[in-house]
Design a protein around this ligand. Structure first.
Ligand code: HEC
Ligand code: HEC
Length: 715
């Protein structure tokens, strides 16, 4: 099958699969039974309350967890990339011997570059509603940001068609920001994002292809592309968004199904499968996403034009390079498949290794605070069998806390396919309102695993995701319904479904509603101190600053391209000689996002807003040797002024200094940086800005012109 055939790939959530009555119940029941037995055997462990009173004992805790999970090693992240779990085929068999999937540093590094390089989003097709000005403005990193736990950081996840990346507050806190580009897509300006159906044509939805193609034969629609249907999907339309909240990509190596319904890594033959190369989940997900995110078929020609990329592909794919040389055909080296293989290798190596939790597992007794130790004990104590714990580890186990506790280790497990999907009674992601509108079905609800497996017994089940790095996650669950970890813990604590439809489905798991077992009231019934302890454990003990900020001493690599990756002039003079620019991905575009606002967010560009504001001198005070000028600066335009306002005093004598300035511009003028509230100055809004000048007695009079720029970084 050619990759081009994927042009019509979307998963069928068709009436045919919906009505399929195959069921996976036996496996589930067995699993539930074995967990219950396991829980019963542990009923003699000290209750968390008791442990808390006694003062938690580290060795006791480590030993306790060791017994709970069947060996503490099961929770440790391997120190070397080579020892991370290798590839597994869709049937669960080990494929480590296959060179297609080998992890090498050259592949990983190329994959990381590709992930963050907007140059690849070249598949913008006006005939399908694409807006050419959005070409090459987004990347995988648009929706997976290092500063946001490798999630999007926003409820609506926008790639091309969105603008902005995020800004830093006066306190150094990163605030993710990506919003629809109303300058290019003006009709989005006044659209209430979720209520109407005005966005149906502008946002890609998972299912509208079937709404328009008719229910007759989704299988045919998938295998035989028809341009009319492509238009109908909206998938190549003006705005790239996904009707789920992006999960973190941390620990993708540890699962043999990826995406929240397990679409990636599913066999091609399964009702919702689309895996033409029978690839492991990591390669499979990379292929699906090339198509979804405006890259497939178009990126290779662009990548081939960069000498530095040609070098990186040669290093990563020596056999393909030899073939390309022999045939005199670069397509043999730089193509969608080598791109997806490099991306998959990068995905396999995204882990954190240096959280307090990792140090605790390595034997550092002081790595966790007393509250975190109490939280960890609750987490690893069964909820059932009278043990009084929170039982989280039964679903969140393994090094990334995203596996069933009794799943065999990936390595050496033989054929094992994870079915780590549960219905915990959640609502839909707001963008799914568009699916409902497109299908004209007010009762349509994103049904998770069922869409992929076609099994009725999988309805509303979603994959258990990693719990690492959540301090930065901002939106939780596939629907983005919660904005704090504590709220998620409270949700598990109550055990009451949020949604009537998924909550009344027979697939709703009792491990959520009745974790303590039959005869107990709903939920866990933890008290608020226990909820605090559990939250503290999740938020702080599982957080690794090295994922966000480069630390040469940390065994964790940053998710973003950072100093060691792209200081080419120092570390990769060969790439610098081929045109790579320090501080940028290989293409030279801005990292992740390359629309004008994102470039301003990243300090690469500034917008002169002098003519859009009025600056009125409202006060002047002279002291000995100094002068304080106070301005009222108002946004007189009808557009937002973004991010930081840089107030520049131009034409000032070099003998006069701006005492409260942030530095001087590259042209030598002193400027003050104003951190705008919420990162914006709205139309009509005004702020007060004071400039404090210093002069010596003999210095000339203070005279200058104000000029105003928006943007971060040094102008
Ligand atoms: C428009 C936003 C967006 C862009 C762009 C994007 N993703 Fe995602 N990503 C998501 C969402 C949403 C999901 C969950 C989708 C689902 O389950 O159906 C996801 C899921 C994933 C997962 C699975 C994680 C898991 O735990 O199952 C991986 C891996 C991933 N993305 C990698 C990538 C790569 C590689 C690219 C670039 C080719 C990319 N993403 C581009 C939004 C995005
Ligand atoms: C029965 C299995 C199960 C149990 C038990 C369980 N979880 Fe989960 N958890 C899930 C699933 C499934 C998801 C993803 C659901 C979704 O997004 O649709 C999830 C998601 C989460 C998330 C959100 C992560 C994110 O990035 O969105 C947090 C936080 C979390 N769980 C914490 C806990 C805690 C704390 C406990 C113990 C009180 C717990 N879980 C017990 C299955 C479980």
């Amino acid at each position: 099958m050619s990759l081009r055939m994927l042009s019509d790939w979307r998963t069928p959530s068709s009436p045919a699969t919906k009505n399929a009555r195959t069921s996976s119940r036996p496996a589930r029941v067995l699993l539930a039974a074995s967990v219950a037995m396991f829980a019963g055997a542990l009923a003699t462990a000290p209750s968390p309350e008791e442990a808390g009173r006694r003062g938690e004992n580290d060795e006791g805790l480590l030993g306790f967890i060791d017994r709970q999970v069947g060996g503490i090693d099961k929770l440790r992240v391997p120190a070397r990339d080579e020892d991370l779990p290798g590839p597994q085929l869709p049937d669960g068999s080990d494929a480590s011997g296959n060179p297609r999937y080998t992890t090498t540093e050259a592949k990983r590094y190329l994959g990381k570059q590709l992930f963050h390089d907007p140059v690849r989003t070249a598949r913008i097709l006006p005939e399908f509603g694409g807006v050419l000005a959005t070409r090459q403005t987004g990347s995988c990193g648009s929706c997976h940001q290092g500063e946001s736990a490798s999630k999007a950081g926003t409820l609506i996840n926008l790639n091309v068609g969105g603008e902005g990346r995020g800004y830093v507050t006066a306190f150094g806190e990163f605030v993710p920001r990506r919003r629809p580009r109303t300058d290019l897509l003006p009709r989005l300006r006044d659209v209430p994002l979720f209520d109407g159906d005005a966005l149906v044509d502008a946002l890609p939805t998972l299912t509208d292809v079937y709404a328009l193609a008719g229910p007759a034969s989704p299988a045919r629609a998938r295998k035989q592309p028809d341009p009319g249907q492509l238009l109908a999907t909206g998938r190549l339309d003006a705005l790239d968004s996904v009707a789920r909240n992006a999960p973190g990509v941390l620990g993708a190596a540890f699962n043999n199904r990826l995406l929240l319904g397990g679409f990636a890594g599913e066999p091609d033959a399964s009702p919702g499968g689309l895996n033409p190369f029978n690839d492991p989940a990591q390669e499979s997900v990379a292929l699906l996403l090339l198509d979804a995110h405006r890259m497939l078929d178009f990126q290779s020609a662009v990548l081939q034009t960069f000498p530095a990329y040609r070098k990186l592909f040669r290093e990563a794919f020596p056999a393909e390079a030899a073939q390309a040389d022999a045939d005199g055909n670069l397509d043999k080296l730089i193509n969608d498949e080598t791109v997806l293989r490099a991306t998959a290798t990068f995905m396999r190596t995204v882990v954190t290794r240096n959280t307090p939790w990792d140090r605790f597992l390595a034997g550092d007794r002081r790595a966790l605070t007393a509250a975190q130790r109490r939280g960890a004990r609750l987490f690893f104590t069964p909820a059932a069998g009278g043990a009084g714990g929170a039982g989280c580890y039964t679903c969140h186990s393994g090094p990334q806390l995203n596996k069933q506790v009794n799943d065999p280790d990936v390595a050496g497990a033989g054929k094992f396919v994870e079915e780590n999907f549960f219905n915990i009674g959640l609502n839909d992601h707001p963008v799914q309102a568009l699916n409902r509108a497109a299908r004209k079905d007010p009762n349509f609800l994103d049904d998770g695993r069922r869409e992929v497996s076609g099994r009725e017994g999988d309805a509303f089940k979603f994959r258990v995701v990693t719990l690492r790095q959540l301090k930065d996650a901002r939106f939780f669950f596939h629907n983005g319904a919660f904005t704090s970890v504590r709220d998620v813990v409270e949700y598990f604590n109550r055990g009451v479904p949020q949604n009537a439809q998924s909550g009344s489905s027979p697939t709703l798991t009792r491990r959520f509603t009745n974790p303590r077992g039959p005869g107990f009231p709903a939920g866990l019934g933890l008290n608020s101190r226990q909820v605090d302890d559990l939250t503290d454990f999740l938020v702080n003990a599982l957080y690794d600053p090295g994922f966000v900020t480069y630390d040469p001493k940390s065994p964790t690599r940053t998710f973003q391209l950072t100093r060691p990756d792209f200081t080419y002039s120092r570390d990769r003079p060969d790439l610098a000689a081929l045109g790579a620019i320090d501080g940028r991905p290989i293409s030279g575009l801005a990292q992740d996002n390359n629309d004008p606002l994102s470039r301003r967010d990243q300090g690469l560009e500034f917008l002169d807003v002098t003519s859009r504001v009025s600056a009125t001198l409202v006060g002047r005070q002279r002291f000995k040797g100094s002068q304080l000028d106070v301005y009222r600066i108002a946004n007189n335009s009808s557009a937002l002024i973004d991010t930081n306002l840089l107030v520049i005093a131009k034409g000032l004598s070099p003998r006069i200094t701006l005492a409260n300035g942030a530095g001087t511009t590259s042209a030598g003028a002193p400027y003050r940086r104003i951190f705008l509230r919420d990162g914006v100055l709205r139309p009509g809004q005004s702020i007060t800005v004071a400039l404090e000048f210093r002069r010596q007695r003999r210095d000339p009079e203070i005279s200058y012109n104000l000029s105003l720029l928006s943007g971060q970084g040094r102008p």
